[in-house]
Design a protein around this ligand. Structure first.
Ligand code: TYD
Length: 407
């Protein structure tokens, strides 16, 4: 069975299945177990445009709704990351207070939150009502809708052209990628820019971080695939930045065609990706073998450790939903999960139904081992735990290889 690439409509085939998977962020109460929704999680890639994507995706309305569990403000490091980007945009791109700035998928604040505080002319667009309301309460002018071509026309009528588009960890979530870029092209001022960042495919391969694959991440981008998309809409990537956020990301600076000089960094990364052969099946086959080895390793090691020790997952993430379901890790192996997000606490993890408790519970029940479920926030977590858990127990990570270590 094949499917059509969501961008270029070329035929593509799945190359691995992670099996039956629940919605990654659908943390649930016991009474909801019987109605839990599952789908087959399987990625594919397009040999024509090199776009890595999900073979099946649940209806986005099941993912982004009034009870969306993900609040970006749970990480201080990420808050600083977005504030730093806002400051650098003002400095490097001469934004004035009259210029319209739109962030697509700004969640509970995003970058427009900081720019709005500095009295820049900002709009946030986010389809999830609860996070959108949160941003509105912070004073951000919010449009509680999916960003697409249709909405771009409404924005054009009401507000005019956009000088700066922003998005972070958003594009990967939007199946109708053509409509987003058509909307950006429609609204972007001739000398405007679009700055966007998402998990980077080559980092996923190098770190065997198959846990970046889940229902919301319909795409995992590379410079090659983003450039192919831009080309169709008379846009181009003029600069990039490699980031260590979200498990390894790439930030793309996009403008209208022939408006900016392509940086050395773009030229170098293009060469790296060319050598990687992202269109070639062999790359994906190797990733598949690495995922299967990683699964076996994690399951075997946790099974052995859990015979005599208590293991807790630090962070109830979308990533842990993929890891635990793909690797068959249940309550026998992980006693509980601790997470600071109130909307996840006192619920159970999707699929494997491991209980989730707050930080106080964690402190009263310090385990022997902590599995780094929120491994993308490791540095922040190690700092926080240096005088606490790290004094007593050991950490476990599965990426890039299984490792038990002290901090
Ligand atoms: P996130 O990075 O968004 O991962 P994903 O995209 O896979 O869902 O989620 C991080 C989670 O980790 C979030 O639910 C908050 C939690 N967390 C803690 O519980 N304690 C911490 O110190 C940090 C940094 C995060």
């Amino acid at each position: 069975m094949s499917m059509k690439c969501r961008f270029c409509e070329n035929e593509t085939n799945k190359f691995i299945s992670f099996g039956k998977m629940p919605i990654a962020n659908a943390f649930l109460y016991e009474k909801q177990f019987k109605d839990e929704y599952f789908f087959e999680l399987a990625p594919t890639y397009c040999p024509n445009c090199s776009l890595f994507q999900l073979f099946y995706q649940p209806n986005p309305k099941l993912l982004f709704h009034e009870n969306y569990a993900f609040f970006a403000n749970t990480s201080n490091y990420m808050q600083k990351h977005f504030k730093d980007l806002s400051d650098s945009l003002i400095k490097n791109f001469n934004l004035t207070k009259q210029d319209l700035i739109i962030e697509i998928g700004n969640n509970d604040g995003g970058m427009v939150r900081y720019l709005n505080d500095l009295k820049y002319n900002c709009i946030g667009v986010d389809p999830s009502k609860n996070v959108s309301d949160y941003a509105k309460d912070l004073g951000v002018n919010m449009i509680n809708k999916f960003f697409n071509f249709e909405l771009s026309n409404e924005i054009l009528d009401k507000y005019g052209k956009v000088k700066c588009f922003l998005s972070a960890n958003t594009l990967a979530h939007i199946p109708d990628i053509n409509s987003v870029f058509k909307g950006v092209k429609n609204l972007l001022d001739d000398d405007g820019i679009y700055v966007t960042e998402d998990p980077y495919l080559i980092d996923v391969f190098n770190k065997v971080s198959y846990d970046q694959v889940y229902d919301e991440h319909v795409f995992i981008f590379s410079l090659t695939s983003i450039s192919n998309i831009c080309k169709k809409y008379d846009l181009e990537v003029f600069d990039i930045e490699k980031l260590n956020t979200a498990g390894g990301s790439l930030r793309y600076y996009i403008s209208k065609k022939n408006k900016k000089n392509k940086s050395e960094r773009v030229i170098k990364q293009e060469m790296i990706e060319k050598e990687y052969k992202l269109y070639d099946y062999k790359v994906y086959e190797a990733f598949k073998v690495n995922c299967e080895n990683s699964k076996k390793n994690l399951f075997d090691n946790l099974s052995k450790l859990s015979e005599n020790s208590k293991i807790v997952s630090y962070g109830a993430t979308s990533k842990t939903t993929t890891i635990f379901n793909y690797c068959n890790i249940n309550r026998d192996l992980i006693n509980f999960i601790t997470d600071t997000t109130p909307t996840k606490q006192n619920k159970f993890s999707p699929g494997m139904h491991i209980p989730i408790f707050d930080y106080e519970h964690f402190n009263k029940n310090l385990p022997d081992y902590c599995f780094l479920g929120a491994w993308n926030h490791s540095n922040e977590i190690f700092l926080k735990e240096s005088d606490n858990f790290s004094k007593k127990g050991k950490w476990i990570t599965h990426t890039p290889d299984f490792k038990i270590f002290s901090k």
